[in-house]
Design a protein around this ligand. Sequence first.
Ligand SMILES: [Zn+2]
Length: 317
Amino acid sequence: MPARPDLGPPPRLGYIASRIDRAAGLRGDDAALKKFGEAADAAGYVVGGDLVVLKAAVPVCDPLFAPAEARALGGIGETVLLGLLDGVPRFGFGVAAATAEQLKARDDLKVTDLRSIAVHGLVGPEHLPPLAEAKALLGWHARHRFCPNCGAATRPVQAGWRRDCPSCGAEHFPRTDPVVIMLALAGERCVLGRSRRFAPTMWSCLAGFAEPGEAIEEAVRREVLEEVGIACGRVKYFASQPWPFPSSIMIGCFAEARSDVIVVDRDELEGARWFEREEVAAMLKGQHPEGLTAPPPVAIAHHIMRSFVENGCDVLS
Ligand SMILES: [Zn+2]
C-alpha cells in the first residue's frame, strides 16, 4: 500500500471547533445575564433528555429559538448560558424528556436525537458544537437535582454552570467523563472490534472509560488488554472530541501492539480481529468486498482509522 494513499479531502469531525465564546467571567454577573436574557437577538437550543427540538425546514432545520419562542413550547426548566456568538447570547433551554417527546406530534418541529442530527446533517455543522455543549450541560442538570453530599435539593447558579446545595453549602460542577478510544496497531495491521450496539456491518476502534487514578496511557493499555487480550507499549495521543452521550470527552490515541493473539471479552464485544491497512482503507471508502463499514465521519473513530490508513505505523512516532 502506498505510504500516503489519497482518501480525498478530510471530512469534518463532529461537535468540535465551537465559535462560541463561553464568557465564563460573566456567569456570575447578574446585570450582564439580565441584559443577555432580554437581548433582541438572543437565541438558544432546546434539549429534552436525548432529544433536540428543531424548527422543521428543508434542506436543513433551524435549531435556534428566541427565548419567547422556547417558552411558548411549554415546560422550559433550566436555562443555561452557552456563551456569546459574535457578542450575541446563545442559551440552552432544557425541557423534560416527556415534553420533547410530545413535541414530536407538531408538524412545524423536527424532534430527534443529536446523533441522528449529526450523522444526517439535519442542521448546519456550526450548530453541532453548541448543541453538544447544551446537551451535556442540560443533561447534567437533569441528573443532578440533589446534593450527593447531604441529599438536599440543589439549585442552579452561575448561569447554569454550577449547582449549590442550600443545606450543606457544597458547590457542584458539571462533569465531563474521559473515554479513551484507541487503535492498537502493529506494522500494517490494526485491531478493530464490534459492539452489539453497532450497525451489523460496522467495525470500530476499541474504547472505554478512564478510571479514577489512571493516566490516559494506562487507561489505553488496560482497555486494550481487557477487551482483546493484546499487550500494548507506546501510546500516542491523536485528537479529542466532546461526546455528549451523555457527557464524555473522547480521547483518541494510537497504541503499539506488542502481542498478537486476540482474546475477545464477550461481555464487552461481539467480536474483534486484526484488519490489514488496505482493508481499513476499503471500509473508509465504502468499497469493502464484504460490505464492512467504518463509523461515520462525525465520530473520531473514523478519523483515527483514516490517519492510520494515511500514515501507517508512523502514527506512533
Ligand atoms: Zn448538600
